[in-house]
Design a binder for this molecule. Structure first.
Ligand SMILES: [Ca+2]
Length: 412
């Protein structure tokens, strides 16, 4: 059996003697320390004086993992990985931003690049994004992925499918099944994560492409920007969607009013759909998605423009618009998310794990009855931009970083 050389075992026994505010990097160079009575992991000053809609919506009390665990660096040889998911045999399927995939063993051995995917526009935040397995993957080898597609001199989030060849070197018969129109010329805010729901349909996310011109489309029901979308494996609107039969609304829409959803997962214990999305300066959000609901962007937000200007009417709550279950100010830059469903670290059961980019951490949230009741920051000492996190078939978490690293985080 392959043994991890001790030289690449890092972060040994990260017991987290304390929640280290020095390592919880954010973009606020001028932040000041909050009062000592603050029991949350966040010690930096918020960007705004906005008040939460309910107690516990932000800066919940810190919790600490008690079971000894460790983070192992399995590989540093990925090329800008964007997503990591588990294959039925326990290996990991990883997307790379420039348009290839690789398979990694849980010992960190990487395959060569898997090719055959349609071209991606990998400028800026674009590229090959997330991937999901067909529920019948074991027999049909079908995979589905999201990516930044090129349309003339514009671009958009698209969904494609294809068959992972038996030799695992290419994807066969790649077919584009959905394009999140209208296309727009931007290299920002494509979303995107993709998964299958229990009905065998696909749920995936988009972004609103970031510009002030495209941003209002998050509220438009005739646009696919800033949405969570539910389609069949052939790319048609899925049966039972909330806007089916509503004039001028697209029947593929599932929820709306989103900014840039880069985390999407189903909670195993409840079947609920959860997402995280990037806020602007402040206002990163965790939402529990109810079909047909409006999640508010850009009308309501707990953040500011990057310039510091207020957004819209500077309101945080409005009738008919959903409140986030939780928000962060300063931001954590939430990317992938997964619920831990393993047994090896008992206190992690049904907790949500969030890979963070600018925050250089993996956030652990304890969730009870659809409310956040505790927060912890993991792997802060690694100083990496964590792009995605998933649970392996062995009950450990696996995470990828922008600099090409693959980590295993599990019981020590
Ligand atoms: Ca929102």
């Amino acid at each position: 059996m392959y043994k991890i050389p001790s030289s690449i075992v890092v972060g040994l026994a990260i017991f987290f003697a304390s929640c280290n505010n020095a390592a919880s990097s954010n973009e606020n160079a001028d932040s000041v320390t909050a009062p000592a009575t603050d029991t949350s992991v966040e010690k930096n000053k918020p960007n705004t004086d906005y008040k939460p809609a309910f107690a516990g919506q932000t800066r919940i009390k810190a919790v600490k993992t008690q079971t000894p665990y460790e983070a192992k660096l399995l590989s540093s040889d990925l090329k800008q990985p964007w997503a990591v998911i588990s294959l039925p045999d326990g290996r990991l399927l990883i997307t790379e931003k420039e348009g290839t995939m690789r398979i990694a063993t849980t010992a960190g051995t990487l395959s060569g690049p898997i090719t055959g995917l349609p071209p991606v526009d990998s400028d800026g935040q674009g590229g090959l994004l997330d991937v999901a397995l067909d529920p019948a993957f074991t027999t049909n080898r079908m995979i589905y992925w999201t990516y930044s597609g090129i349309v003339g001199n514009k671009n958009l989030t698209a969904v494609a499918k294809g068959k992972l060849a038996a030799d695992e070197k290419k994807v066969e018969n790649a077919t584009v099944i959905y394009q999140a129109t209208p296309p727009f010329k931007s290299d920002l805010h494509y979303g995107s994560r993709i998964l299958f729901d229990k009905t065998g349909n696909i749920i995936f996310s988009t972004g609103e492409r970031s510009s002030k011109e495209s941003r209002p489309e998050a509220q438009f029901l005739n646009s696919a920007l800033g949405k969570i979308i539910r389609i069949t494996p052939d790319g048609k609107p899925a049966p039972g969607n909330p806007f089916a039969g509503v004039d001028s609304a697209r029947p593929e829409l599932y929820s709306y009013g989103h900014r840039n959803v880069q985390g999407l997962t189903i909670q195993p214990s409840t079947g609920d759909l959860w997402e995280v999305e990037f806020g602007p300066k402040g206002g990163d959000e965790l939402n529990r998605i109810v079909p047909g609901k409006n999640y508010g962007w850009p009308t309501i937000t707990y953040g500011l423009e990057y310039s510091g200007d207020k957004i819209g009417d500077a309101i945080q709550q409005k009738a008919g618009m959903e409140q986030p279950v939780y928000y962060w100010d300063p931001v954590i830059s939430p990317s992938g998310i997964t619920f831990y469903n393993g047994d090896s670290i008992p206190e992690w059961k049904d907790n949500l794990f969030i890979s963070g980019l600018s925050s250089n951490q993996i956030t652990r949230l304890v969730i009870k009855d659809a409310k956040v009741v505790g927060e912890e920051r993991l792997l802060t000492s690694e100083k990496k931009r964590f792009r995605d996190v998933t649970e392996g078939n062995d009950g450990a978490l696996y995470a990828v970083t922008d600099d090409g690293s693959l980590y295993r985080i599990g019981k020590k």
